[in-house]
Ligand binder design. Structure first.
Ligand code: BMA
Length: 816
């Protein structure tokens, strides 16, 4: 047996340590993953010495707290076994005073190979999980994506992935708290009940709890002082004229500060501080003419949910805990006008920092429990393990203002119902286990610890019990006809999905990102490294799917650079078509969370922001299609239908200016119309037609229009449109073609960028109509305030630099 040891600071994990010490190369580079995934067959241990003083030993209790151990570990203090663990998704607290000595002590945490462990179980009894991950991993309560996913590497790691610390205390401590709110008198008053749980070691010690509520500026609004005679107490507050909390773009994210102090005489024993927003937040599921509703309702107001799916931030889990990276991603979501985010169920439960940021930024959270695309074999030990896990996480999330809904799992109900398609041999024992876990154990725990938060059994689902989970009029739907089932990307328009919780299109990341995982010779599309970094394997590889998808709209690009740009434009266009359709039909559709916002390693995937935080075209375009007020456009044959979507609380009065133009951008026809849209509404406001300019000569109407295009006049006309508010500011704008881009008679463009009124501003001009102009930088990372936009000759587009150091020589401009 070879043993090696390295110095490391925890939290960290085996792969990170080996990489940091130069034992292995970056496992994300090229095809290194295939060399290093075998390392998960070894076992490893984390050891250190620590000092304990006499004063420390005078405390009644000394607890060793692990916020995350990944996964199968045994903990030793001074070589005596203290405990063992089997679940990375929960906190472990061990009382260890009896093992400690004054002076030097040792701690050792030994990890067993997860792969060896699950292999043994799998050999004994094979169990189904999706083909993208290693077999048998659902036997372990460990992040499923560590075993591989259709966007992530197979690197099952081991280690101390969240903080570890000692907690010393005597007499008593605050164990937990739970804030419950009741909004009364039409929201003019909020009754707050705070349940507090204490651990009291020695009763009758003059324990006092002081609970303070402060406003945003830390002015004290209310103070309650309560004698602590029991381990549980409830303290009550009434907040008059409350400042309510709203999701992003619907109002402020007002957060009150709460502190709970536990005192014995004049000594402070414990302190908990947190923020709370006052709001009601539910999912309305009442019956509608067609099916049932599935809409988020904040403070009594139903709104259209707009966001994306969130996956773990890093394939190496402790690195994914980086607070700056989490904040940056969530700020980027807010910048793209998201008002919600779905935490998808195959990774890890997000950190408390993630939730604090969602509260602060106004991102409503749809929280999956961590079960996805696999069968779970219920046993006494498994039930115990997941019960602890669910209880711990629900208690951790329940005080967060942004939490809207708990969902049991990802895609399992659908997998059972469509078991043949999924390759599952469904048995009655499997059905029983499924129902026990997702329709009994989890909802019961939620009901016990957080009854205000609603439960949804699976995503997608139509209320559970294996009852047609793919019903488009009830509950949520994962629509994968486009991409996985090779449908044309405009097929979205045929579906009125109540809540589109997953759908997507892949694209390549920025060239800077590609360079970070390839050698020069690998930078060809379909090279083995490029294929290795697209994890979709069925029925064709993901890169082939990208090629065939973009071929619907674009000429096949000449080089990798162009290809990555076109793939991003196509992805953005696809999701824009879907979202504009969903928003235009807001009476039937109530939300969209596209697949997926982020990546867990450098990969070709559905993300709108890549692993290194670089925005793809989709994220910029999302900023526009998720804006509160948009003019959505839609071509129907030779007509262009404009729909005004208003997702604000106010009536919106506006002016629409639209033109039919020829390829030289000459105006053939122009229209102006004053329109007003009620709060939370969508209506068709203007139709422009090129039918009198185009003689179809009896040719059959075909939305894809790929036949007999050469002589068709629709290749020469387009519509440009603008929505202006009452101060004549452009709120939304765009252009609409009537043919696929590849057939439109675009003219050779000369696009220029010059410095604007300050050195953080660029002015962009073009000599001809140019679509999807994309600014990128070759070496420095720069974030622009807008990108991937259309431009007409004579127009000047102002682009501001939001982040990064910009140099003109670093700029590269693409257009279609
Ligand atoms: C859905 C998700 C993921 C998957 C994605 C893309 O099915 O729930 O499991 O990564 O689609 O295929």
């Amino acid at each position: 047996m070879i043993t090696k040891s390295f110095d490391a600071d925890v939290p960290t994990t085996m792969y990170e340590i080996l990489e940091n010490n130069g034992v292995i190369e970056n496992p994300f580079f090229a095809e290194n993953e295939s060399i290093y995934n075998e390392l998960s067959n070894i076992s490893c241990s984390f050891n250190r010495n620590f000092n304990i003083s006499k004063t420390d030993l005078n405390e009644d209790i000394i607890e060793l707290c692990f916020e995350g151990l990944d996964t199968l570990s045994t903990v030793y203090i001074n070589e005596i076994q203290v405990a063992s663990t089997d679940n990375m998704h929960r906190k472990y607290i061990f009382s260890i005073k009896q093992y400690l000595e004054e002076g030097l002590n040792t701690i050792s945490v030994k990890f067993e190979s997860p792969v060896k462990n699950m292999n043994k179980k799998f050999e004994r009894k094979p169990i189904w999980n999706s083909e993208y991950s290693m077999k048998g991993h659902t036997y372990l309560r460990k992040s499923h994506t560590q075993f591989g996913w259709d966007w992530g590497p197979q690197l099952p790691d081991m280690g101390i992935w969240r903080p570890v610390y000692l907690k010393f205390y005597s007499f008593a401590k605050i164990e937990d708290y739970y804030v419950k709110q009741k909004h009364i008198q039409d929201g003019k008053k909020v009754n707050l009940d705070i349940d507090i749980k204490f651990k009291i070691l020695q009763p009758n010690k003059n324990l006092l709890a002081i609970i303070k509520i402060r406003d945003e500026n830390d002015n004290i609004l209310h103070t309650n002082m309560v004698a602590v005679n029991n381990e549980v107490l409830t303290t009550h507050f009434t907040i008059d004229q409350p400042n309510l909390w709203w999701p992003n773009n619907l109002g402020n994210q007002y957060l009150y500060n709460v502190s709970i102090i536990l005192r014995q005489d004049e000594i402070q024993l414990d302190l908990k501080e947190f923020k709370v927003g006052l709001r009601t937040l539910i999912v309305d599921k009442s019956p509608l003419d067609i099916g049932t509703n599935f809409a988020f309702v904040i403070n009594g107001v139903e709104f259209f949910a707009m966001g994306a799916n969130f996956i773990p931030q890093d394939a190496l889990v402790s690195r994914g805990e980086n607070k700056e990276k989490i904040t940056r991603l969530l700020v980027d979501c807010k910048m793209a006008n998201y008002n919600c985010i779905r935490v998808w169920g195959g990774g890890t439960y997000p950190s408390t920092h993630f939730y604090n940021e969602c509260d602060r930024l106004g991102l409503v959270v749809w929280q999956d429990m961590m079960f996805a695309c696999g069968i779970y074999e219920m046993s006494e030990q498994f039930t115990k393990s997941i019960t602890n896990e669910i209880e711990y996480n629900i208690k951790r999330f329940r005080n967060h203002t942004s939490l809207c809904m708990i969902c049991g799992n990802n895609e399992m109900e659908g997998a059972f119902v469509n078991s043949q398609e999924w390759g599952i041999e469904r048995t009655s024992k499997m059905d029983k286990d499924y129902l026990e876990l997702f329709e009994k154990i989890i909802p019961d725990i939620l009901e016990k610890y957080n009854p205000e938060t609603q439960y949804w059994p699976s995503s997608p689902s139509s209320t559970g019990g294996f009852n047609n989970p793919d019903n488009e009029a009830v509950g949520d739907v994962h629509y994968w006809g486009v991409f996985h089932n090779n449908e044309h990307y405009k097929e979205f328009r045929k579906h009125y999905i109540r809540f589109a919780s997953e759908y997507g299109m892949e694209s390549l990341p920025d060239m800077k990102t590609i360079k970070q995982f390839t050698r020069t010779e690998d930078r060809r599309f379909l090279s083995s490294v490029m294929d290795y970094h697209n994890k979709v394997i069925k029925p064709y590889g993901g890169n082939i799917k990208i090629l065939s998808n973009i071929a619907l709209e674009f000429k096949i690009p000449q080089n990798l650079d162009e290809l990555l740009y076109i793939s991003q434009v196509f992805q953005a266009e696809t999701i824009k078509i879907a979202v504009e359709h969903f928003r235009s039909n807001r009476d039937r559709c109530k939300g969209s969370t596209y697949w997926q916002v982020n990546d867990n390693y450098p990969v070709i995937s559905w993300s709108s922001i890549d692993y290194y935080g670089r925005w793809k075209a989709l994220h910029y375009v999302a900023k526009r299609f998720y804006s509160p007020v948009i003019l959505a456009s839609h071509e129907i044959g030779l007509d262009c239908q404009l729909c005004l979507c208003n997702e604000t609380k106010y009536t919106f009065n506006s002016l629409i200016k639209a033109e039919i133009r020829d390829i030289n951008s000459n105006i053939i026809k122009s229209l102006e119309k004053e329109v007003s849209a009620n709060a939370f509404s969508a209506k068709n406001v203007l139709k422009l037609s090129i039918s009198d300019l185009v003689d179809r000569n009896g040719a059959e109407e075909n939305i894809y229009m790929s036949l007999n295009m050469y002589n068709r006049k629709e290749r020469e006309y387009f519509v440009s449109y603008k929505l202006l508010d009452d101060r004549a500011q452009i709120i939304s704008s765009g252009t609409q073609l009537f043919t696929p881009h590849k057939y439109f008679k675009f003219k050779e463009a000369n696009i220029s960028a010059i410095r604007g009124s300050n050195d953080r501003q660029l002015l962009i001009k073009t000599n001809v109509f140019s679509k999807s102009i994309m600014l990128t930088t070759l070496s420095e990372d720069v974030l622009f305030d807008d990108n991937c936009f259309d431009l007409l000759p004579g127009e000047i587009k102002e682009i501001n630099i939001v982040k990064g150091i910009f140099k003109f020589e670093d700029l590269k401009i693409y257009s279609v």
